[in-house]
Design a protein around this ligand. Structure first.
Ligand code: FO1
Length: 312
């Protein structure tokens, strides 16, 4: 009998923090993480995959814990010099982080797929967990504000989520195919976890890949999500604003609505207990617990709750 494996769908910082706890209570080599690539962006001619890197650096134990992205104790000499040359430097790229982007870009230019390059990078960073980009095809999340549309990173980092959002677009998604190994990993998984990430842009961009959502609807393993919305607010990032923008209420019930065609169980915070009956009406089981992760113990405790729910 093959040993059970778990698949996690992950965005950036929120997901990585949860996964940090999960890999301490579940074997790293029996976990496959499907990462969001809608946030990928080209800067200074380099292909940046922020969410893949956030997960890789966190699981590798080298992430900057304060920011949740980039390498711990990184320096920014290149960035300062680029600013001196008059380049735009609103997206902060540390010196060591730049090595990741240079390597990725060089390998992609040689014709390798993003999934292959990610495998090489994660092996070098010492990860035992398999990290797969949702797709090897070009998929980019854009925000529509009035008559303008801008890359998600421009909206989030440069414009600090200030523009009013009327729509979220996943450019390229219609022809995007799941990266090799994804469909099989989902089919074979004993359970799937939807991490506490932005349900509109991060998980939204993964589920928007047509074959991924269709496969998830048919798998035999349980699907458990953790609500990233607690008491009507996001722990980090613009999930609440973006949910309202796409016409979904920014609550755990709104999260349940976005995933209701897939989900077996939604894990919600104690503070949202009163929403449980409405969520159950959608045919989704509710598990109420403390979901705020302040330290490693909280992350491990939440991971154990989710694993128990998956029957793993
Ligand atoms: N987030 C910021 O708020 N400001 C930055 O300058 C920034 C740079 C950055 C560089 C590399 C990387 O891997 C991530 C980076 N992030 C930055 C995080 C990123 O924009 C987002 O957190 C994710 O894309 C959302 O999941």
């Amino acid at each position: 009998m093959p040993k059970p494996t778990i698949v996690a769908l992950a965005g950036g910082v929120g997901a990585a923090r949860f996964l940090e706890g999960l890999v301490r209570v579940w074997p790293q080599n029996r976990l496959t993480v499907i990462g969001n690539v809608g946030d990928d962006i080209e800067i200074h001619g380099l292909h940046i995959s922020p969410d893949l890197d956030i997960v890789a650096y966190t699981l590798g134990g080298m992430v900057d814990d304060q920011k949740g992205w980039g390498f711990r104790d990184d320096t920014f000499h290149t960035q300062h010099m680029l600013a001196q040359y008059g380049c735009q430097t609103w997206f902060n790229l540390g010196d060591r982080d730049l090595a990741t982007h240079i390597y990725r870009t060089e390998q992609l230019r040689k014709g390798k797929r993003l999934s292959q390059v990610t495998r090489e990078l994660t092996a070098q960073l010492g990860l035992k967990t398999k990290l797969l980009p949702a797709t090897d095809n070009q998929l980019r999340t854009y925000i529509v504000s009035g008559h303008r549309r801008m890359h998600f990173q421009e909206y989030m980092v440069l414009r600090r989520t200030e523009p009013n959002v009327s729509r979220v677009l996943f450019l390229g998604v219609r022809s995007a195919k799941p990266a090799p190994g994804i469909v099989q990993a989902l089919r074979n998984a004993s359970g799937v976890i939807i991490c506490p990430s932005n349900p509109v842009v991060s998980i939204g961009a993964i589920l928007a890949v047509p074959r991924i959502r269709a496969t998830l609807r048919k798998i035999h393993g349980k699907i458990v999500a953790i609500s990233p919305i607690v008491g009507g607010k996001t722990i980090k990032g613009p999930a609440d604003k973006l949910m309202k923008a796409v016409g979904v209420e920014a609550t755990a019930l709104g999260v349940a609505n976005l995933y209701s065609d897939l989900l077996d169980t939604l894990v919600i915070d104690e503070i949202d207990r009163s929403l449980a009956p409405q969520i159950q009406e959608l045919g989704v089981k509710v598990l109420v617990t403390d979901t705020i992760m302040k330290n490693l113990n909280d992350k491990m405790r939440l991971a154990r709750v989710v694993l128990r729910e998956l029957g793993s």
